[in-house]
Design a protein around this ligand. Structure first.
Ligand SMILES: O=C(O)CCC(=O)C(=O)O
Length: 253
């Protein structure tokens, strides 16, 4: 279980999130807990059917192997270790503080990013959730690092102070952000020891490069949404946009 920061710390963290669009949690989850999460990662991949297209296993480009199974979705429904983390009072309650009310897990994903696996072009996650009846300030994600991540691992990189509006998309990809809108902007690379945690706003532009290291970069990402209406309705709206979203992650994508 992660250590709870003091109320004073939390006020500062809330301010930093409001200014920058992201904030690092001042504590890391303990090594015993990251070890259990990694063990569960291994077990889930043993059970996952990575040979066919399905809703749980998503794919990514690999320098040598073409498309590789890289990411597990709905991990909290498969593993108690991840379910507990999603509901861990400190993480969820701080998300509620940032979102301004009771929230629920909209989605979760566990990205492996093995060596030589490609990264993600710059985007604002809200582009994927614009149809679910929530405002950008009502959705955020929490990225939890499970490995020792250096700049060689293709860390998650977050742009600072750009969470106030939707940025223009390049002509060829409506869900991305045009790199020219990000030129010269300040950014933060989530280089971390295992157990590091960062909260980021749905409009915070982010990207990551390929993993050029020799070890994986496993990142668990929980997306929390404000419980503004029935969860099932919000989820159904999200699922309705699924084909558009999943196209990047298909086996033959
Ligand atoms: O894992 C990464 O490097 C980035 C993931 C990401 O941007 C996303 O899932 O929205």
């Amino acid at each position: 279980m992660i250590t709870e920061a003091t109320q004073i710390d939390k006020d500062l963290l809330v301010k930093e999130y409001a200014e920058k669009g992201f904030v690092l949690w001042p504590e890391r989850i303990p090594s015993q807990q990251t070890a259990s999460l990694l063990k569960a990662w291994e077990q889930m991949w043993i059970l996952a059917d990575a040979s066919t297209q399905n809703d749980t296993v998503l794919y990514r480009d690999h320098e040598v192997e073409g498309r590789v199974a890289d990411r597990l979705e709905h991990v909290r429904l498969q593993s108690k270790a991840y379910a507990d983390l999603c509901e861990a009072s400190e993480i969820k309650s701080f998300a509620e503080e940032l979102l301004g009310g009771t929230c629920f897990v909209l989605k979760d994903k566990l990205i492996t990013k093995a060596p030589q696996t490609s990264g993600y072009d710059p985007h604002q996650d809200f582009a994927y959730w614009s149809n679910i009846g929530l405002e950008p300030d009502e959705v955020l994600s929490v990225a939890i690092c499970l490995d020792d991540v250096t700049d060689q691992h293709g860390p998650l990189e977050l742009y600072e102070g750009l969470h106030g509006s939707t940025l223009p998309a390049p002509k060829e990809e409506a869900l991305d952000v045009d790199p020219s809108a990000l030129e010269g902007k300040k950014r933060f690379a989530f280089i971390s020891k295992p157990g590091g945690i960062v909260f980021f706003h749905a409009l915070t532009p982010h990207f990551s490069a390929s993993n050029t290291a020799t070890t994986p970069r496993r990142l668990f990402i929980i997306t929390y949404a404000l419980k503004k209406g029935p969860e099932e309705e919000i989820r159904a709206a999200y699922k309705a946009g699924f084909d558009r979203i999943q196209k990047f992650h298909l086996k033959d994508g």
